[in-house]
Design a protein around this ligand. Structure first.
Ligand code: PBG
Length: 326
């Protein structure tokens, strides 16, 4: 027996680690944080074990918990005190995100990224201004260009509150350019845009909609979020965000779309982020609760796969657990 090729030589202890192609680091992880203007105390999110909605007064404490694990960045979501057809609490100076961001920026060293959308703020739960009659007629949907103007207001108010970056997630055409223009015009040309560049209309967002109270009151988001059937379209869609100077290109969800993460990595020379969404988190927890999976092991393997596919950054509800274990 004279084998000439022995790949197992690299799998010996002490060698394996040296030749590892990817690894996880706390500085690549972003932890989502939910701030709720209607909450008087922390409210656990049932479908996302370990996560909770916190009142504005607890936002700093919540972010400090994240920082203690070694994770340095948070993605902030807000649940407003009231909702209306245009989602005006999304750009209110005393809005939930604005108050939380000001406090976190003043009292911690966290990198604060604010989710920029209207679905948690509109009474109909869609990501922008509705067309007339949309509630009755499923073919009607969100008005693209009117919505862009509102996204500009949200961006300016978030940057003014101290956001280190804004993350538009509404999937309106031209949103990155509109937000870039609004920020630049208000003196925030140094604020990066972490663009949800290829965001799919996914059933994996289910648990998040409990967390952030942003489910559409009727219909779904198929008229603006991407069709899960399409990967080549993602490259075209992301190219538009690159033309509009998106600073970071995000793919969402992550695990069911690793082909898309990989395509974006190979095609564009910009940082790539992936959002390991609420459903990806919930399903591992559900299986682990029954002792069907080892939670820590599958969480690590999931995040490593996302890195291997080409993501530089990962938004994940596992951020704190994983960082603590690193
Ligand atoms: C809002 C938004 C959603 C998520 C992030 N931002 C929900 C949606 O688009 O329906 C989902 C995050 C998750 O599931 O973890 N536009």
């Amino acid at each position: 027996m004279s084998l000439t090729r022995r790949p197992r030589r690299l799998r010996r202890d002490g060698i394996r680690e040296l030749v590892a192609e990817t690894d996880l680091s706390a500085s690549d992880l972003i932890a989502p944080v939910f701030v709720d203007a209607t909450a008087q105390e922390r409210v656990p999110i049932e479908s996302m074990p370990g996560h909770e909605r916190v009142p504005v007064g607890e936002a700093v404490a919540r972010v400090e918990e994240v920082l203690e694990t070694g994770v340095e960045a948070v993605l902030l979501f807000g649940v407003p005190a009231s909702k209306d057809p245009h989602g005006s609490r999304a750009w209110a100076e005393d809005g939930v995100i604005q108050r939380a961001t000001r406090a976190i920026a003043a009292e911690t060293d966290a990198t604060v990224i604010t989710d920029l959308c209207l679905c948690e703020y509109t009474d109909h739960g869609h990501c922008g201004v509705l067309e007339e009659g949309a509630a009755e007629e499923p073919a009607l949907t969100v008005r693209n260009d009117e919505t862009l103007e509102l996204y500009g207001r949200v961006a300016r108010s978030q940057a003014a509150a101290g956001a280190d970056a804004v993350a538009p997630s509404g999937m309106m055409d031209g949103q990155v350019g509109a937000i870039r223009g609004a920020l630049d015009g208000a003196g925030f040309s140094a604020t990066p845009i972490v663009a949800y560049a290829a965001k799919y209309r996914s059933a994996f967002y289910g648990p998040f909609r409990d967390a952030a109270d942003g489910a559409p009151a009727f219909g779904d988001r198929r008229h603006y979020q991407m069709d899960p059937a399409n990967a080549r379209e993602a490259v075209r869609e992301v190219a538009l965000d690159v033309e509009q100077d998106a600073d970071v290109l995000m793919v969402k969800p992550a695990l069911p779309y690793l082909d898309v993460v990989s395509a974006v990595r190979r095609t564009f020379d910009r940082p790539v982020a992936a959002y390991n969404v609420s459903g990806e988190y919930a399903m591992l927890h559900a299986a682990a609760e029954r002792d069907w999976l080892d939670l820590d092991a599958v969480a690590r393997e999931s995040l490593l796969s996302i890195k291997r596919a080409g993501a530089d950054l990962i938004v994940t509800y596992f951020a704190e657990e994983i960082a603590r274990a690193l």
